[in-house]
Ligand binder design. Sequence first.
Ligand SMILES: Cc1cc2nc3c(=O)[nH]c(=O)nc-3n(C[C@H](O)[C@H](O)[C@H](O)COP(=O)(O)O)c2cc1C
Length: 178
Amino acid sequence: MTDKKKVLAISGSTRTNSSNERLIKKIAALAIADIELTLFESISELPHFNPDLDNTDKLPSAVIAFRQQIAAADGILICTPEYVFTLPGSLKNALEWCVSTTLFSQKPAGLITASASGEKGHEALQLVMKTIEAKFNGATLLLIKGIKSKIDMDGNITDDKTLQEVQTFTASFVKLLN
Ligand SMILES: Cc1cc2nc3c(=O)[nH]c(=O)nc-3n(C[C@H](O)[C@H](O)[C@H](O)COP(=O)(O)O)c2cc1C
């Protein structure tokens, strides 16, 4: 029996019990045999990115903790809505704090955009993650449109096609981690 892979999950929605957070928990349940998933809870505590602080002795402690969590993870799962046709500012801000590092370089990543529509945000997410050299492929990408009508408040995916897509995505992400 192999050890479970450590995954840090980041939700691009700061809303309590958001659909993206529920989706992360669903994926954690689907992959429970293979993955030990930790939800990054502190995205709202990251200060605005400031190059003057980056990689200096003034690096904010919340950023240091965030970077340590990424470094300790075997892979990253991002589930995010699209806001005004791109990434939510808080997620973009978190990723900006990593641009000067190699933390994401060759780090396996599963990237889900779960939104009302989401195409542009999904493209932007891929471009950012490619730029910081995260390791992902077509099977570890998923766009879920109309998410609010496809997952209930208990995190059950109520749409059969979406459930199948999430199951296939999860299996591919587990494969990428191994
Ligand atoms: C400020 C704001 C901007 C939004 N812009 C978009 C958008 O451009 N495209 C889209 O598909 N949905 C947009 N939405 C709707 C979100 O997709 C929807 O609220 C989604 O369910 C949020 O995910 P959550 O449930 O995880 O918070 C926007 C929502 C907010 C609050």
